[in-house]
Design a protein around this ligand. Structure first.
Ligand SMILES: *[C@@H]1O[C@H](CO)[C@@H](O)[C@H](O)[C@H]1NC(C)=O
Ligand SMILES: *[C@@H]1O[C@H](CO)[C@@H](O)[C@H](O)[C@H]1NC(C)=O
Ligand SMILES: *[C@@H]1O[C@H](CO)[C@@H](O)[C@H](O)[C@H]1NC(C)=O
Ligand SMILES: *[C@@H]1O[C@H](CO)[C@@H](O)[C@H](O)[C@H]1NC(C)=O
Ligand SMILES: *[C@@H]1O[C@H](CO)[C@@H](O)[C@H](O)[C@H]1NC(C)=O
Length: 603
């Protein structure tokens, strides 16, 4: 590994000095055994002396010196976003009177000024999978003469301001921000939120072992608090590529190693020169999930770094890198030096590489943002350098699932099983019981609403984009690789052949019996309480329909020759209701006068 000259291999040596020591010991001639032992003992004693003397000058307490505590103490993994699954609710159950859902909501933010083909695919797939209506950030606010950099600053400022000022976004709410141009959703929001929380739970246990607790004194002689020093609260997608290949950028060098095994892609893992066999390790800004308060801090800092003319990608790489450098400095301050040395020798140290890194740390500035990345693409799959890392498979095809990892050259192969969280989901093609009788628009039409028989089609026999290396079935794919693949991959997504019917079902579900019941029972498919479906909110709180935004994109979205979306049979301006049955947009057919003020504020 040390002899390789690839741009990335140098980043993978966690402890170059330890490696050198180990080699020196290895090549020592056997005949000088006694001498060698004496030498080892001597150097060990010397080291102990060095460590103990170095410990006499107290290093600054990095945890206390820089603001390190999260915006609020509760952890995202403990928040109850997805409510317990309610299995057998019948029509006649008594519904609770208290309609206030106090648990956090999920918001989906899509920064885009217009309905490009990419943005329409992002939004269509989100809707088909039952996400809350996406909020378009900056829609209709195109700045014709602006440079790309100015547009990026504008978009990020708008996201930040929305997180800060929107009446409906609470600190504890979960927020997913995705790149508008090239994201396809594959799995429903429940899987996203549950996996996010599971990953945080697992990773925070590791961080607790690695960094331990800080003692926080309390006034009036009360016993001090013990708080875990560092936790993960926000996850970005992981990439095989770092923003810059500079070995002086901590965001490329000092960030933790992947959790995948070191030979995940065979013996050339992490050393192949073109990077496609790297284990994803570096932050990619294409998708992020976290609580609003945490994301607000990150966006503030991104904007601050962008004042130095850095792109948002560069800014985030820098922020992640500095967070890890400060954590490492704090760890080195408190670590047991002998243990660290022994672990280094054995190659099991969990130190990150800060050799040759120099960063200027401003006292009193925050470097801790709870940022982590999703190494195994459980949530977000980044396509760049990874186009050959996925295949669409039907999990009930045992021939296929038992051979897949072998075909991809994955060491220690297993048979792949449909992930349990997907197996527990409701059937993706089940029409609600009352679909055919429902009078809600769009009216049921046997041609337009044709879905496959749910008795014969389920999550186990539709093609799911699967990464056999982790292995994982990602919640969403970020197609930041070759743009030519976007059309091909869109048509491979499981919902593509039935996209229009699934989208119609989603729109209808906004005001049907099932939605009402679900909302009343705190249903998990009603996470954004503004209601309205089949359309989009903008950051200035306007409601736009998908047909307004994506007119003319039907061929790219559905490829089914059934005409423009929402006007299939010439029925325009359909009404949209919120969860309390109030009209949000459009005209009510007859009872217009009876229904009170249609402009009354939407929750
Ligand atoms: C609900 O109540 C109605 C009227 O009391 C009754 O006819 C119907 O069978 C009940 N439905 C269920 C599922 O219990
Ligand atoms: C950023 O770029 C602008 C225009 O190119 C320039 O005027 C400004 O001085 C730059 N700022 C910094 C901090 O480099
Ligand atoms: C299962 O997968 C194999 C290998 O790709 C394929 O040849 C076969 O047709 C598949 N069987 C079914 C039932 O789809
Ligand atoms: C259903 O939609 C198809 C395609 O737009 C149309 O030809 C047909 O007339 C519609 N059927 C009914 C009953 O509205
Ligand atoms: C479809 O949903 C109904 C309840 O709405 C349920 O009883 C039925 O089992 C579901 N069918 C399938 C195939 O999942």
């Amino acid at each position: 590994m040390a002899s390789s000259s690839t741009p990335f291999s140098q980043f993978d040596e966690a402890k170059p000095s330890a490696t050198l020591l180990w080699q020196a010991a290895h090549y020592r001639p056997r005949t000088h055994r006694t001498k060698a032992i004496a030498f080892s003992v001597l150097s060990f004693l010397l080291l102990l002396w060095m460590i103990s003397s170095s410990r006499q000058q107290p290093a600054p307490d990095f945890w206390a010196k820089f603001p390190s505590r999260p915006p609020f103490p509760e952890r995202p993994e403990d928040a109850q976003v997805a409510l317990p699954r309610k299995s057998d609710v019948s029509v006649n159950d008594t519904l609770p009177h208290d309609l206030d859902k106090t648990n956090p909501h999920l918001h989906v933010l899509v920064p885009t000024t217009r309905g490009s083909r990419g943005a329409c695919r992002t939004m269509t797939s989100a809707m088909i999978l039952g996400y809350p209506p996406p909020t378009l950030i900056g829609y209709g606010h195109e700045k014709p003469g602006a440079t790309e950099f100015e547009r990026a600053v504008e978009q990020i400022t708008r996201v930040r301001d929305y997180l800060k000022n929107s009446r409906i976004v609470k600190d504890q709410d979960f927020v997913l921000v995705v790149d508008a141009q090239d994201v396809f959703f594959q799995l429903p929001p429940r899987v996203l939120v549950e996996r996010f929380q599971d990953l945080l739970r697992k990773n925070n246990q590791k961080l607790q072992k690695k960094y331990g607790y800080a003692v926080v004194e309390k006034p009036n002689g009360a016993p001090p608090d013990l708080v875990q020093k560092y936790t993960q609260r926000v996850l970005f997608g992981a990439s095989k590529l770092c923003y810059s290949a500079l070995n002086s950028e901590p965001g490329c060098v000092s960030v933790p190693e992947s959790t995948l095994p070191p030979d995940a892609y065979g013996w050339k893992t992490d050393v192949h020169p073109d990077g496609h066999l790297n284990r994803p390790r570096w932050l990619n800004p294409g998708a992020v999930i976290g609580q609003a308060a945490d994301l607000r801090l990150i966006h503030d800092e991104v904007l601050r770094v962008m004042e130095r003319n850095h792109s948002d990608y560069q800014a985030l790489t820098q922020i992640f890198g500095r967070q890890e450098v400060v954590r490492e400095l704090e760890r080195l301050r408190t670590v047991n030096g002998v243990k660290e040395w022994v672990y280094g020798m054995l190659g099991i140290s969990d130190a990150v590489n800060i050799d040759g890194i120099s960063v200027r740390l401003e006292s009193g500035h925050r470097y801790e943002y709870g940022i982590g990345v999703d190494y195994e693409s459980q949530l977000f799959f980044n396509q760049i350098l990874s186009r050959n890392d996925v295949e669409w498979i039907k999990f009930n095809n045992i021939t296929k699932t038992s051979l897949l990892q072998g075909q991809f050259g994955v060491p220690r192969e297993h048979r792949l099983l449909l992930p349990e969280d997907i197996a527990a989901l409701p059937n993706p093609f089940n029409q609600t019981r009352f679909a055919k009788e429902q009078t809600t628009l769009p009216e049921y039409n046997a041609t337009l609403d044709k879905l496959p028989n749910p008795e014969e089609h389920s999550w186990s026999n539709i093609p799911l984009m699967t990464n056999p290396y982790s292995p994982s079935v990602p919640v969403l794919a970020h197609l930041n690789g070759d743009p030519k693949l976007r059309n091909v991959w869109w048509e491979k997504m499981w919902f593509f052949p039935w996209a229009r019917a699934l989208l119609r079902r989603y729109v209808r579900s906004s005001h049907g019996f099932d939605a009402a019941q679900s909302a009343l029972l705190g249903g998990q498919d009603w996470w954004d309480m503004r209601g309205g479906r089949g359309g989009l909110w903008t950051d200035d709180e306007n409601w736009v329909t998908l047909s307004q935004v994506c007119e003319g994109q039907e061929r790219d979205l559905f490829d089914d020759d059934l005409g423009p979306w929402a006007k299939e049979n010439g029925d325009p301006d359909e009404p949209v209701y919120n969860q309390f049955g109030n009209l949000v947009k459009g005209k009510e057919k007859e009872e217009e006068e009876l229904n009170g003020d249609p402009d009354e504020p939407v929750l």
